[in-house]
Write a protein that binds this ligand. Structure first.
Ligand SMILES: [Ca+2]
Length: 385
């Protein structure tokens, strides 16, 4: 409550200085009106902590399981045998494990699957990207394309989301390495999010072979891969195929989860500015906004714990077209963020799911799909009621 009052006061203060600029604290969002226009249809069962899923052009669905398996669903049936050939160094402790599976945009020609995961051990682990050729049963010619240059300890804050851009390059989110007292190089790990030479707390921009794109968004030495910085833990990232805008959701600590538009070269402020407080209730910073940082489009208090994100462009839910659908773990709902044609947030609603939602996608059929974060996880299709 204290945080919200501070925010509102700061908002009025910013309004009083109208003309200084558009930047300034925003009003945080709590609950939103509930959608009643959909029903849930379970399409796959028997998944162990599914983390993400994707389709191939032939309709095959691929699903990662966080403990370290990649599963295949054909004609609605889960193949009992996991895909062979995955890396042997998967660290599946805490939030770590197998994260995103993402087919190369030219999968039909090159059969390449990209997979992000946490590699290493509890005392030294790194968000890592591999690719391998997929023949329907196994990965072969597996190559490690990227790993975060600094190892971290423990099972917190890996990021791991992948987004392809139209030029065949990709973005990968990297978490801030963990809550205090997690440290890197003798300082709090989270402070690396403001170190442009570190890949911790960033989105990195890579060619499809894992090399830097060569057009760095930040000019400092060592920042050749950094696309955006100042992130805590991006767990949802998506490109709007119509507008080309890129969006991401990230976790705050207690409160202050954010929805941001990602623009190359922008700094999103963590941990210098945030709408969150420590889990203990202790203040992280009194600052919510600074002119040099990009403000979030939405900040949620309390934290719904956002997960997978998609900008929906299907025809099955015409009222949702062009809107962001953000899964939520703790909140057990999908937040529909109503976006206008200019990308402004003009409203929010909640799709109550009743399970922890780990990922949200638009299917090739135009329906909305989600997977649930459970040891008896499911893939669920949302259909209009
Ligand atoms: Ca921020």
């Amino acid at each position: 409550m204290k945080l919200r009052i501070t925010t509102v006061v700061a908002l009025f203060a910013a309004t009083a200085f109208a003309g200084v600029g558009l930047a300034g604290p925003i009003e945080t969002t709590g609950s939103s009106p509930k959608e009643a226009s959909f029903r849930q249809v379970v399409v796959v069962e028997g998944l162990d902590r599914p983390w993400s899923f994707a389709w191939l052009a032939d309709g095959t669905m691929l699903v990662t399981e966080k403990p370290g398996r990649l599963r295949v669903v054909r004609d609605g049936k889960l193949d009992p045998t996991p895909v062979a050939g995955l890396p042997t160094d998967i660290f599946a402790g805490g939030q770590g494990g197998l994260f995103e599976v993402s087919p190369h945009p030219k999968f039909a020609e090159n059969k390449l699957l990209y997979i992000s995961y946490s590699a290493g051990t509890n005392t030294a682990n790194r968000t890592t990207l591999i690719r391998g050729e997929f023949d329907g049963k196994a990965l072969s010619k597996v190559e490690k394309l990227f790993e975060v240059s600094q190892p971290k300890r423990g099972g917190q804050h890996f990021g791991g989301k992948i987004v392809w851009l139209p030029d065949g390059t990709l973005l990968l989110s990297i978490g801030d390495g963990g809550n205090p007292p997690a440290s890197i190089d003798g300082d709090l790990s989270r402070k690396q999010a403001q170190n442009p030479k570190s890949q911790i707390g960033k989105v990195v921009h890579l060619k499809d072979d894992g090399k830097p794109v060569g057009k760095p968004a930040f000019s400092q030495d060592g920042a050749e891969m950094v696309f955006t910085m100042g992130h805590r833990n991006i767990q949802g990232m998506a490109r709007d195929p119509v507008s080309g805008r890129i969006y991401a959701t990230e976790h705050g600590a207690r409160g202050g989860d954010e929805f941001n538009e990602l623009k190359a070269g922008s700094n999103y402020g963590w941990p210098v500015v945030t709408y969150s407080v420590e889990y203990s209730g202790k203040v992280i910073t009194e600052e919510r906004s600074r002119p040099e940082f990009a403000d979030p489009l939405v900040a949620w208090v309390p934290s719904p714990a956002p997960s997978g994100l998609v900008i929906y462009q299907g025809d099955k839910f015409p009222a949702w077209k062009g809107d962001a659908l953000s899964g939520n773990l703790a909140g057990q709902h999908i937040r529909r963020i109503d976006l206008d044609e200019k990308g402004n947030v003009i409203g929010q609603t909640m799709l109550e799911i009743g399970q922890r939602v780990r990922d949200v996608r638009e299917g090739p059929d135009g329906y909305v799909y989600l997977c649930t974060d459970e040891a008896t996880g499911k893939v669920v299709r949302l259909e209009p009621k």
